[in-house]
Design a protein around this ligand. Sequence first.
Ligand code: PGA
Length: 257
Amino acid sequence: MSEFDKEVRPLVAGNWKMFGLKAALEQALQVRDTVSAEGFSANTDVMICPPATLVMVLGELSGGSRLLVGGQDCHAAASGAHTGDVSAEMLKDAGAAAVIVGHSERRADHGELDRDVQTKAVAAHRAGLTAIICIGETAGQRAADLTLEVVRRQLEGSVPDGATAANTIIAYEPVWAIGTGLTPTPDDVEAVHGAIRVALVQRFGEDGAGMRILYGGSVKPGNAHELMSIANVNGALVGGASLKADDFLGIIGAYSS
Ligand code: PGA
């Protein structure tokens, strides 16, 4: 662990993406009940970000438990004529504590640029939500040795000036590792997370030292412990493996002492 890690409480967050009908809530409730049992990775925050249709019901079902609920995206405005969009205020009202912004699938599918992501993070803060801001290089950028440059640029452009350790979480997700079963080597993860930490401390001082930096991309029960033990890795953003309670709990269990 690096000197920066000591005071940073980890977060394991599940990103359900566009998966999950009502029946999937059963998995979330199993997570809620297991993590709420005394002593289960008690030093760790646990969150599920279901599709927008399930945020309110999961918010109600998890109220008063250790399970936090998050959204997967938000519009920059609080309200308005934006058919199909959901605002940060609406997510907050539905019981969310956080919202993911700038996921690579949003950047790729909807052409979101760093400045859009930054505006959404500002919206999250305005609504009282924690912004989970995603960054990460493509396979081509890694092959061209551009990883650190890309990640620093995304960080600079996507994280707003008002970011604090309390209202902002960074998720480093190499695009080529998402949903592929591939992960960077521990050395590569350490190098990127270390560079992110340095950039955050330079820009935000103490807040940058305390900001959580999650790793995301093919986190599974079998690799979670190794990945979560790396310096400046303060938790995980989990896609596929968050859909099944047993797998997700296996990952959260990496933090059991
Ligand atoms: P994955 O997705 O765990 O399925 O690779 C991670 C993510 O996209 O957040």
